[in-house]
Design a protein around this ligand. Structure first.
Ligand SMILES: Nc1ncnc2c1ncn2[C@@H]1O[C@H](COP(=O)(O)OP(=O)(O)O)[C@@H](O)[C@H]1O
Ligand SMILES: [Mg+2]
Length: 281
């Protein structure tokens, strides 16, 4: 794949691929290299390059159907997504040849657009199982209780939440807050949040933003890297991104700073599409 870089009239850059010089981070980061993924025989991702550094927030934006969720599912190890080539490493460990639970143990957390309900399983038990599965340390019940109440407090959540069944009858906002709570309890190195904003009203968005913020300010969240996948720029007002990437038709066609999200807010994706077409012509 070409490494062509074309300057645009605005001075921002249309990139065919983005690379952090090898060794710049000593292998640290969530690093996606030339990733190609097929779904049901169709190549959806056509060579993705992306590096999420520890402590940084990258946003991945793009129109519906561009392949954003495919990237999240492929990283998670969903069996319906066939890896055609490339690599995904987490602080130097290759994830693609590992089972999904091993990827989580390595420090990857994914939050999906439509979390499933598990009637009969309380939030408290669910969180305890999730934590133990990913970090089988010797957190005794008393310590776990302490951790969970700390996190509830940090995320400004009602302890009554713990007694409810996982996502059963939850509002969109409550589902996303549970995802944030789960993330805080697990303490991953990198989190991929797929459309955490979809279907949320302003208050719910604010609380998800606050949850992410308090996590990032906490001792074990400070070095977390985030890949925030979103169609709409508004979540980025609550989780400010350091770097913004635009995906169209399975490729990252443009990367830039937060101003790129504002550009999308203003002009939609058509402007970027035209720019890319012009650069290729
Ligand atoms: N499970 C699936 N089965 C069939 N096609 C899929 C599946 N997942 C994704 N696709 C196709 O892959 C493309 C990218 O979809 P997706 O990754 O969901 O995009 P986005 O998240 O950016 O909206 C679309 O054309 C979609 O139809
Ligand atoms: Mg999607």
């Amino acid at each position: 794949m070409s490494e062509a870089t074309n300057s645009t009239a605005q001075g921002s850059t249309v990139v065919a691929s983005e690379r952090t010089p090898a060794g710049a981070l000593g292998g640290r980061g969530l690093i996606v290299r030339d990733l190609r993924v097929a779904v049901e025989g169709n190549e959806i991702l056509k060579g993705i390059d992306l590096t999420v550094e520890p402590g940084r927030v990258h946003a991945l934006m793009g129109p519906n159907g561009s392949g954003k969720s495919t990237l999240a599912f492929a990283m998670a190890g969903h069996p319906g997504y066939t890896i055609l080539g490339g690599s995904v490493t987490l602080d130097g460990t290759e994830l693609l040849d590992q089972a999904p639970d091993k990827r989580a143990k390595a420090g990857l957390f994914l939050s999906f657009q439509y979390p499933a309900a598990i009637p009969g399983v309380s939030v408290a038990n669910f969180l305890r199982s999730a934590r133990q599965a990913v970090r089988p340390d010797d957190l005794n019940p008393a310590k776990f209780r302490k951790l969970i109440f700390e996190k509830l407090d940090a995320l400004d959540m009602d302890p009554a939440f713990l007694g409810r069944y996982v996502n059963d009858g939850f509002s969109g906002g409550e589902k996303k807050r549970l995802e944030m709570l789960q993330m805080a309890i697990i303490g991953p190195k990198y989190a991929v949040l797929d459309e955490t904003d979809s279907g949320l009203d302003v208050d719910a968005l604010q609380s998800v933003g606050n949850a992410a913020k308090s996590l990032r300010e906490s001792e074990d969240g400070r070095n977390m890297g985030f890949l925030v996948i979103t169609h709409y720029p508004r979540i980025l007002q609550h989780i400010p991104a350091d770097v913004v990437h635009i995906m169209i038709d399975g490729r990252i066609v443009k990367s830039g700073g937060p101003e790129l999200a504002q550009e999308i807010e203003r002009d939609g994706y058509d402007g970027v599409r035209d720019e890319v077409a012009a650069a290729r012509a």
